[in-house]
Write a protein that binds this ligand. Structure first.
Ligand code: HMG
Ligand code: MG
Length: 297
């Protein structure tokens, strides 16, 4: 059976824009985030307090969040890798953060200049201080299905990293198929191994990239396992600048179309969402890769 209701965790302004070669102005980013909230997205990840040299596309994080209703109805989380990032986020008045870990050594080094073991030492004070300040913490795990340098990734490694992040105090774990190589049976196996390790489905979110066109099929497989939170990116923007083969995330519009067809509640106004994505695609000077956006515009 399928769940009655799903929460869409929108990552377009962060995961989408971090991978665009052009840098959108602050005004364009703020308008995009406002459009997404107006379209009914219940949570919108807005930017990253990472090193500006690593992700220059989001170097304006403080200026962007300064213009957003951080204490409003819609949570507006930001990525934070370390204590320096947390200081900046707290200074900006952020109420929700997300840390991001790697299941593999190569990506831990390339994305965090750390190691699988070293990343926990980096995150531990971030999570502790955030929780002390009443700030909610989500945790991502990247390369949960395969890694471009190391090949297939065993579920046990992902579960090992994921449970340590939950033990640190993260409330939700987002399982990232960073390079989009996963397929449906692998999704089911990973969710079931988390279950065997005592992690209930309601602590998990799925974060699919659509590199191999599997994102929607994988989302359906995850729905069948009882997953009710899905990350998606408006218009299918996105990728990761530190993973060569990472392309766009699962497009929010594609997910919404499927959920509506399945009779699963999501609260998103598809027409308003498509309008927001088309506007953003124009600002970036390229067409949206989402099939649903193209069909409806
Ligand atoms: P590092 O060079 O090891 O940092 O980078 P460090 O701690 O050695 O510090 C070096 C200098 O950077 C210091 O300045 C720090 O103050 C400064 P100095 O003393 O030399 O003047 N610094 C900072 N400045 C601003 N903000 C900060 C910060 N931290 C240090 N937060 C670091 C380590 C983690 C900072 C770096 O590797 C980094 O920024 N990485 C971020 C990479 C990234 O954003 N990747 C994309 C997001 S992950 C993703 O997309 C995957 C996901 O979507 C899920 C999926 O698809 O799988 C989430
Ligand atoms: Mg991602």
């Amino acid at each position: 059976s399928l769940p009655d209701r799903v929460t869409i965790y929108e990552v377009g302004p962060r995961d989408g824009l971090q991978n665009e070669s052009g840098i959108a102005p602050v005004d364009v980013k703020v308008a995009f985030i406002e459009d997404l909230m107006a379209a009914g997205l219940p949570i919108v990840e807005t930017t990253s307090f990472v090193h500006p040299r690593w992700v220059p596309q989001l170097a304006d994080a403080a200026e962007v969040v300064d213009r957003l209703p951080l204490a409003g109805r819609v949570p507006l989380p930001v990525l934070v890798p370390n204590e320096r990032g947390l200081d900046r986020a707290l200074e900006a008045g952020v109420r929700h953060i997300a840390i991001f870990a790697s299941a593999t050594e190569t990506f831990a080094e390339r994305n965090l200049n750390s190691s699988v073991e070293g990343q926990f030492a980096m995150f531990e004070p971030v999570v502790r201080r955030a929780l002390d300040a009443g700030v909610d913490v989500r945790a991502y795990v990247s390369m949960c299905f395969g890694d471009p340098w190391e090949g297939p990734v065993a579920p046990a490694r992902v579960v090992g990293v994921g449970t340590r992040l939950l033990d640190l105090g993260a409330t939700q774990l987002s399982i990232g198929d960073t390079i989009g190589v996963g397929t449906a049976a692998h999704v089911a196996r990973l969710v079931s191994e988390f279950g065997d390790a005592g992690v209930p489905v309601d602590r998990l979110a799925m974060h699919f990239h659509d590199t191999y066109g599997q994102a929607l099929a994988n989302a359906l497989a995850a729905l069948r396992c009882g997953i009710t939170t899905f990350d998606a990116s408006a218009g299918g923007l996105g990728g990761c600048p530190y993973a060569e083969s990472a392309t766009g995330n699962l497009a929010t519009e594609d997910l919404v179309w499927m959920l509506t067809g399945l009779g699963i509640e999501h609260g998103v106004d598809l027409a308003a969402l498509v309008k927001a994505s088309v506007k953003m695609a124009r600002a970036l000077g390229r067409e949206s890769p989402s099939a649903v956006v193209r069909a409806l515009s």
